[in-house]
Design a protein around this ligand. Structure first.
Ligand SMILES: [Cu+2]
Length: 294
């Protein structure tokens, strides 16, 4: 009895596992791997962290700014057809700004805040990158270059950018607007439903369609008015045949005899059906066991 109870509790815990939310985690103690690459063992990572090296063309840090960026499914709600998004789609900064980004992941999946196109002599692969595998917060700092430029910021997990997790960071006057920024610019690959949307009818066609619909309605009403329908005829035939069969069977029998006979037939049919279903289930189970091993 106790074993059974433990087994049930265990099963319930296993089933409840996906429901138990991961807890929010602050990633404060990261291991420094050099070149601005820092990470911990809990899925937090920073690449291209730079708090002091000035990019070419910057005499000094123009100003220090700090932003908090949220990433999550819920921020895509206002963009029809998108699944993921950052809470903001555009940022503006002066050239040579020292920018600290507090990245917060509100989802229970992996997200990134990845900036591209930075000078490679300062940022490995030209990237500044914050990453979290689950709900939490991680902070990194970079110094923005001197030139007017629009930088792409996105999440590089497969399909997250395509599904909306994309923003643009504009330094100075920027260098134009990037495509497919939710709420800001048109999608590069627009969803096309033209095949499934019928062309709108002209006024004349519409009038014709209305007229046809009206006639159909009248015809339908007439059909419903007729007393004898196909289904009714079939029902009548079955009823008459059954009545003939039963009167023959019950000829000379009392009412109680007839009733008991009917129940007998009914129970036999039920027993037969149950047996058949059992055989069928046994057959299915034996087949599913015989699946190939590899
Ligand atoms: Cu993502």
């Amino acid at each position: 009895m106790r074993t059974k109870l433990l087994l049930i509790v265990g099963l319930m815990l296993i089933m409840a596992n996906p429901v138990i939310a991961k807890t929010f985690q602050e990633h404060n103690s990261l291991m420094d791997h050099g070149d601005g690459h820092m990470m911990d063992m809990d899925g937090g990572m920073i690449m291209g962290n730079n708090t002091e090296k000035l990019p070419g063309g910057c005499d000094k840090i123009s100003e220090s700014k700090e932003i908090t960026v949220h990433a999550g499914h819920k921020y895509a709600e206002k963009f029809p057809g998108r699944m993921f998004a950052f809470d903001k789609q555009e940022y503006h900064f002066k050239p040579c700004t020292k920018l600290t980004v507090n990245f917060i992941n509100d989802d229970e999946i992996r997200h990134q805040w990845m900036m591209h196109g930075l000078p490679k002599y300062l940022y490995p692969k030209g990237m500044f990158h914050l990453e979290l595998t689950g709900p939490g917060k991680i902070s990194g700092t970079l110094i923005l270059p001197a030139a007017d430029k629009t930088y792409l910021v996105h999440c590089d997990i497969a399909q997250h950018m395509e599904k909306g997790m994309k923003s643009q960071l504009i330094v100075g006057k920027g260098s134009g607007t990037l495509p497919s920024i939710p709420g800001i610019s048109a999608y590069v690959i627009q969803d096309d439903y033209s095949d499934s949307i019928p062309a709108l009818p002209t006024v004349a066609e519409k009038a014709l369609m209305d007229k046809k619909a009206e006639t159909d309605k009248k015809l339908g009403a007439q059909q419903n008015d007729s007393v004898i329908s196909g289904v009714m005829i079939i029902g009548l035939v079955i009823g008459v045949l059954l009545a003939l069969f039963l009167t023959k069977k019950f000829k000379g029998k009392t009412v109680s005899e007839s009733v008991s006979y009917s129940f007998d037939v009914f129970s036999r049919v039920m027993v037969f059906l149950i047996k058949e279903i059992k055989t069928l289930i046994a057959l299915i189970l034996s087949k599913s066991k015989k699946l190939p091993e590899k």
